[in-house]
Write a protein that binds this ligand. Structure first.
Ligand code: ME8
Length: 663
């Protein structure tokens, strides 16, 4: 029987539903996904969870603005988060919503345990309260005014349940001493220890002034207040009251941003100790991604969105940048310039170039097979030794959460391979048997190095390494590689190589940045439709778009309406693919009076070369717009055929003059 694998449980925070994900949230989730892949390759049984934090006054308010019930508001928002994670390849093993019944039960169970053990009591909470916003205010404006609506605040006293946090000062300090790795990085630990040493006040964990929350059983109108509710999500994700059956608790690492470290390293272990449940093993707090040295916020207009970057450069590029650019644990600046620079230098010229060079030479010289190497020269041995050593170093860096250093070590091997090929010049060797053998040794060596680099980089670059792995002739996925068994020398001569797919096409920096920014702008300020206007008011994704347009399809229009559409015969002059937009072709089309640039969603069905000279029908009086960041000035008419809507270009059987109007 196979040995039972050791478990590893990773969490991201559960994100608030009063906003949509930006690059900061993407960062934490990327790290969690990368660790999940890495730990699986080290033989662990891994679970990674994320989710949405859906209760509280902010949601109450946002739902009111959107004029929909809270439940519908959070359902739409949770769907938007989940969809984005799916799109980015970051689907968690469990996605917890705090409105899920299983979570509600977990919170109520945790409360009961804390209460039974004597750590919960009823008391009174007094604070400054805004009766218009229905919220306590901790930092009023001068003159005791509400910081949001600027109305006068009132002092309100309400009955609350309190958690005896004060009883946990000593147990927490003992716990930090006993498990010195619990709080990471080290700098944050000192901060928390001095906070706890300074004394802990009891914590109000329920409210009667909020409606949208989990009810305290038998104690209505008490509902749980934010953190007691939110933190319990880590337990509900892996079984809640039946956590022992699932066997995943305690969490091995909670990944969080530095903003919420206190909740995770003080409140959370205290709640669990009070309930006599095992505390998590580690909390890792990373720094901020800043934009122009400031924290991102929608009101400042400096949020960076993941989708436009992924459309332009691919998800692997974003993952690589986030993990390579800043030391995990510290703050870092986000800039498109640095992103595109790294993309071109490390991915296009680095890994991409090594893979395409190696593939091309093997194809040309050894009919697409791994050759049998001959006698080794000292330089071959040196490269083998360095690569073998790098394996150990990279694994150690990953284990210590030094992700940037792990990538640095992998890229040092890639650079060494480039230098090796440039010095050895396999392409300059002739056809004599000795030279052929030397060529085989050099190419086997660089393919073997590429194999090792590919396996090591897989947790960070899942899509592109999967392509290289196929090219190297493997049918099993690269994710199945056991990193503990990875050694120099395992590439089998005679293996037939697969087809090479380009990894990272080089991009022109200014154009790439312009297009990313244009796509971000489109996403932040979508074109106004009735459905989206109401939605935008509450940062809410619109619903029911497809249904709305289907309803209008059968309506008839008057001839005057049709006459508003100006269609002309055009002739395609140039056609090219667009990096980062698989479905689009960029065309220049002569419409008689001028040459227009038009994007058409036909790239999967038409080869660009085959279109040149072809006559097409163009809608010429459409307002210009940007598609995937590329300006499109007009539209090419096509039939939509079959269930997949395959486009078939409209055309003419007889010759027609360019610029002729269709009526
Ligand atoms: O705090 N740089 O949710 P939240 C890096 N619901 N990371 C960032 C970031 C940035 N600029 N901005 C956000 C909450 N993050 C609670 C959590 S958990 C039981 C409850 C990441 O939507 C980072 O991980 O405000 C941060 O801790 C988290 O998003 C905050 O997400």
């Amino acid at each position: 029987m196979a040995e039972k694998k050791e478990k590893f449980y990773i969490t991201t925070p559960i994100y608030y539903t009063n906003g949509l994900p930006h690059i900061g949230h993407t960062y934490t989730t990327v790290v969690a996904d990368m660790l999940r892949r890495y730990k699986r390759m080290r033989g662990y049984d891994v679970v990674m969870t994320t989710g949405t934090d859906e209760h509280g006054v902010n949601v109450e308010r946002a739902a009111k603005n959107a004029e929909i019930p809270e439940s519908e508001f959070v359902a739409r928002m949770a769907e938007a988060w989940r969809t984005l994670w799916d799109e980015l390849g970051l689907t968690a093993d469990e996605f917890v919503r705090t409105t899920d019944l299983k979570h509600v039960r977990t919170v109520q169970w945790l409360f009961r345990l804390c209460k039974e053990n004597g750590y919960v009591y009823k008391g009174h909470y007094t604070g400054l309260y805004c009766i218009y916003d229905n919220a306590y205010v901790s930092e009023p404006k001068p003159g005791n005014l509400c910081p949001d609506c600027e109305r006068p605040l009132e002092t309100v006293t309400e009955e609350n349940y309190f958690f005896k946090l004060s009883a946990f000062q000593k147990p927490l300090l003992d716990f930090y001493r006993k498990f010195p790795d619990f709080i990471q990085p080290e700098t944050r630990k000192n901060e928390i220890v001095s906070f706890v040493e300074g004394g802990l006040k009891d914590l109000s964990i329920t409210r009667t002034t909020i409606r949208w929350g989990i009810p305290v059983p038998g104690e209505e109108p008490h509902v749980f207040y934010v953190w007691f509710d939110a933190l319990a999500a880590y337990l509900s994700a892996v079984g809640g009251p039946e956590y022992e059956k699932r066997g995943m608790w305690p969490a091995d690492v909670h990944l969080v941003g530095k903003d919420i470290i206190r909740f995770h390293t003080v409140y959370w272990p205290a709640f669990l100790m009070a309930a006599m449940l095992p505390p998590p093993k580690q909390v890792w707090a990373h720094g901020w991604f800043l934009m122009d040295a400031a924290k991102m916020s929608k009101s400042k207009g400096n949020v960076v969105l993941p989708r436009p970057i992924v459309n332009m450069l691919g998800m692997d590029a974003l993952r690589y940048f986030l993990l390579r650019e800043v030391v995990f644990g510290q703050d870092g600046n986000f800039s498109y310039d640095a992103l595109v620079t790294r993309y071109n230098s490390d991915l296009a010229n680095g890994l991409g170039n090594l893979a395409s060079r190696t593939a091309a030479m093997l194809e040309r010289n050894f009919a697409g097979q791994v050759p049998t190497p001959g006698a080794r020269l000292p330089q071959d041995d040196a490269l083998a030794r360095d690569t073998q050593q790098a394996i150990g170093e990279v694994l150690e860096r990953y284990d210590k959460f030094e992700f940037a250093r792990a990538l640095e070590a992998i890229w040092a091997v890639i650079a060494a391979a480039d230098k090796y090929l440039t010095t050895e010049q396999p392409w300059a060797l002739g056809d004599s048997s000795d030279e052929q053998t030397r060529k085989a040794t050099i190419l086997w060596t660089s393919a073997e190095l590429l194999r090792i680099v590919t396996a090591l980089a897989h947790p960070v670059l899942p899509e592109s390494t999967a392509k290289v792995w196929k090219m190297l002739g493997y049918s099993a996925p690269v994710a199945a590689v056991e990193l503990d068994g990875l050694r120099w020398g395992q590439l089998a001569p005679g293996t037939s190589l697969g087809k090479f797919q380009a990894l990272f096409p080089r991009v022109e920096k200014t154009e790439a940045i312009e297009r990313i920014e244009a796509m971000a702008n489109e996403e932040l300020n979508p074109p106004k439709t009735a459905a989206s206007t109401a939605a935008a008011a509450s940062h809410l994704p619109a619903a029911g778009g497809a249904a709305a347009s289907a309803a209008g399809a059968s309506e008839r229009i008057a001839i005057e309406d049709f006459a508003k559409v100006e269609m002309r015969v055009g002739q395609v002059k140039t056609a090219e693919r667009i990096v980062g937009a698989d479905k689009l072709l960029k065309l220049t089309v002569d419409i008689g009076s001028e040459i227009r640039q038009i994007c058409a969603g036909i790239a999967q069905y038409y080869e660009p070369e085959a279109l040149i000279g072809r006559k097409v029908v163009v809608v010429v009086n459409l307002a210009p717009r940007k598609l995937r960041g590329v300006e499109s000035n007009g539209m090419i008419v096509a039939a939509s055929v079959g269930p997949e809507g395959r486009p078939v270009l409209a055309g003419f059987q007889e010759d027609v003059e360019v610029g002729a109007r269709l009526k």
